[in-house]
Design a protein around this ligand. Structure first.
Ligand code: PLP
Length: 385
């Protein structure tokens, strides 16, 4: 019985071009992606360095599975924390230049866990309006007073801080904004946080691997240390090509999370082979600066071509390159036309972005070729105009 009227709700979503459905992928992640018996040029993944199916990463996973099996058996605090988990944490701490790191099973859980472990009733959490859903949800479940400032608006943030009366104050921002591709004004944020005795947390899910000389992200690129940005979170499932997430910071921060972060404590540890694979992808990330240089060249090629075609780009120099279309219907029809021509891009609608700012989200990988980018531009020209 449809007591709750779910059928009607679903129909309404379809009418507004808001219905979401999944496509079934029949092969490994990469710049070519198989769906059924068709192969597409893939410009929709977050596998920015092309490591998700790198042969060394796959081999590390297989070897580790031979040694550790698949399941981790329990949570970290019982008997699920393997030598591979521990070694990866030490390597991530060194990579980010912080005292300690702690691996979580997903980025969503890391963000919920960190904010709710550190804040509660009587505290203030101040967030950029465009922050990832998991950060906003973390703020909500923490019980702290959640205040959002308009995107990258430091004056507004300063006002909110001046009026904040809570015990603890936490400023939270994406490093690279996931649907826009622009970078947070991170140096100003660090200064403002310091002046108002607030802690600063950066979610660099889309910066780690991509920005900085060794790929350690926006904080490496901007030269900010653990004192200036005490809480760094990033994911392993994007540029690093595997799965999971980590938080890096001081000894006290990490020990507090081990005691208090419910999404760390009450969940099964990731399989050890995922950790072993990530240790190798981290090495490839650190040593393979050519991947970041290649990405920069592809991004420049795309932006130059798109400007000549009169496409509406956004101010991004990262592998996330949105093309502004402005309505659900437009996004869905351009997306379908591109798919017909053999190209997969992200179709981003409300409520992921604000109404009227619907867009394509085109992402680049170090494994794309110049020819693929030229072919994408040609297809975009035909589909958008
Ligand atoms: C993807 C993403 C997350 C969530 O990470 P998962 O590991 O996919 O759960 C959190 N924050 C940002 C900014 C992200 O882009």
């Amino acid at each position: 019985m449809d007591y709750w009227g779910l059928t009607g709700e679903l129909e309404a979503l379809k009418k507004q071009s808001l219905y979401r459905s999944r496509q079934i992928i029949d092969g490994a992640q990469g710049v070519k992606l198989q769906i059924g018996d068709k192969v597409f040029d893939n410009f929709s993944s977050n596998d920015y360095l092309g490591l998700a199916n790198h042969s060394d990463v796959v081999a590390a996973f297989q070897q580790s599975a031979n040694q550790y099996g698949v399941g981790s058996g329990s949570a970290h605090l019982i008997c699920g924390h393997s030598r591979e988990h521990h070694a990866l944490e030490e390597e991530l701490a060194a990579f980010t230049g912080r005292e300690r790191a702690l691996v979580f099973s997903t980025g969503y859980m890391a963000n919920l866990g960190v904010i709710s472990a550190l804040l509660g009733k009587g505290d203030d959490v101040l967030q950029d309006k465009l922050n990832h859903a998991s950060l906003l949800d973390g703020g909500k479940i923490s019980g702290a007073k959640l205040r959002r400032y308009s995107h990258a608006n430091m004056e507004r943030l300063q006002q909110l801080l001046t009026n904040a009366s809570g015990n603890r104050k936490l400023i939270v921002t994406d490093g690279v904004f996931s649907m826009d591709g622009d970078e947070a004004p991170i140096k100003e944020l660090a200064l403002i946080a310091n002046n108002s005795k607030a802690m600063l947390m950066v979610d660099d899910a889309h910066g780690v691997g991509v920005l900085g000389k060794t790929g350690a992200g926006i904080l490496e690129e901007q030269g900010l240390n653990q004192q200036q940005v005490p809480i760094l979170m990033a994911t392993l499932g994007k540029a690093l090509g595997t799965a999971g997430a980590f938080v890096a910071g001081s000894e006290e921060l990490i020990e507090t999370l081990i005691q208090r972060a419910r999404t760390y404590i009450y969940t099964t540890a990731m399989p050890a082979p995922v950790m072993a694979a990530t240790r190798i992808s981290l090495k490839l990330c650190q040593q393979g600066h050519w991947r970041r240089e290649k990405l920069t060249a592809l991004i420049n090629q795309f932006r130059h071509g798109a400007e000549q075609l009169g496409l509406q780009l956004m101010p991004s120099s990262t592998p996330i390159q949105p093309v502004f279309l402005g309505s659900n219907e437009r996004v869905m029809s351009v997306n379908a036309m591109l798919k017909g021509k053999g190209f997969l891009v992200g179709a981003i609608r409300h409520p992921t972005v604000a109404k009227g700012s619907e867009r394509l989200r085109i992402t680049f990988s170090a494994n794309h070729t110049e020819q693929q980018v030229d072919a994408l531009l040609l297809a975009l020209d035909e589909a958008v105009h």
